[in-house]
Ligand binder design. Structure first.
Ligand code: ADP
Ligand code: ZN
Length: 218
């Protein structure tokens, strides 16, 4: 049973590493960003309500995202959970602690992925995701294959996110520094924070995370 939080600015690589951890450890990825995009794609009331907020790069209310997480957690125990993009505020962190305590769970590790702002802009404006399987590509570092087929699932259609443009990214970064970065101090004070350099190659970052989790209780 492993419970992990990946913390870091937009574009730090949380989603990419979360997917690796799902494969390696059989944990369930809980990404509030993915859940909110799914709500939009399926056209729910809530999905419609959050669309503009997300496109602008602002945070959705604590109430909505905590509700989403509560729902997923109550669906039952998996081999563990990896939180990606949640918590993003101190109120969310408190809510998560209470939800986990109800399930008799604690946190094994909070991993901060450090990446400088310049790299984030370059990464995010070059990002595309496979419609079929969600694999993340990047025009510069990991281009979509020249035959136009996803290396994982063979899919041929790819999506760019509505909020992956420079204006909205600037807003997302501002939200991160104002509302989410205080969580770094919060988890540090609780003795749960560990940091990795998120600028390295995907494999190198995955190795750094595996090293940390190797030491954490499981
Ligand atoms: P990124 O980390 O690349 O910005 P995400 O997919 O995690 O992307 O989130 C996209 C958007 O979804 C955020 O900009 C925000 O509007 C909303 N969102 C996701 N998770 C949360 C959360 N925990 N609290 C509030 N808003 C959230
Ligand atoms: Zn694919």
């Amino acid at each position: 049973m492993t419970t992990i939080i990946l913390l870091g600015p937009p574009g730090a690589g949380k989603g990419t590493q979360a997917r690796r951890l799902v494969e390696a450890r059989g944990v369930v990825q809980l990404s509030t960003g993915d859940m909110l995009r799914e709500a939009q794609a399926s056209g729910t009331e809530m999905g419609k309500r959050v669309a503009d907020v997300m496109a602008r790069g602002e945070l959705v209310t604590d109430e909505i995202v905590i509700g989403l997480i509560r729902e997923k957690l109550s669906a039952g125990l998996a081999g563990g959970f990896i939180f990606d993009g949640f918590p993003r505020t101190l109120a969310q962190a408190d809510a998560l602690e209470a939800l986990l305590a109800e399930m008799g769970l604690g946190l094994d590790a909070v991993i901060e992925m450090r990446v400088d702002d310049k790299a984030l802009v370059a990464r995010i404006t070059a990002r595309a995701t496979c419609d079929g399987c969600g694999e993340v590509y990047n025009d510069i570092t990991k281009p979509i294959p020249t035959d136009g087929q996803c290396t994982i699932c063979g899919g041929t259609t790819f999506k760019r996110r509505a909020d992956d443009n420079e204006d909205s990214l600037r807003q997302r970064l501002m939200e991160y520094y104002k509302k989410t970065s205080p969580l770094i101090g919060y988890y540090h004070a609780k003795g749960q924070l560990q940091a990795v350099d998120g600028l390295g190659e995907i494999d190198a970052v995955a190795k750094a995370i595996a090293d940390i989790l190797g030491q954490a209780k499981s």
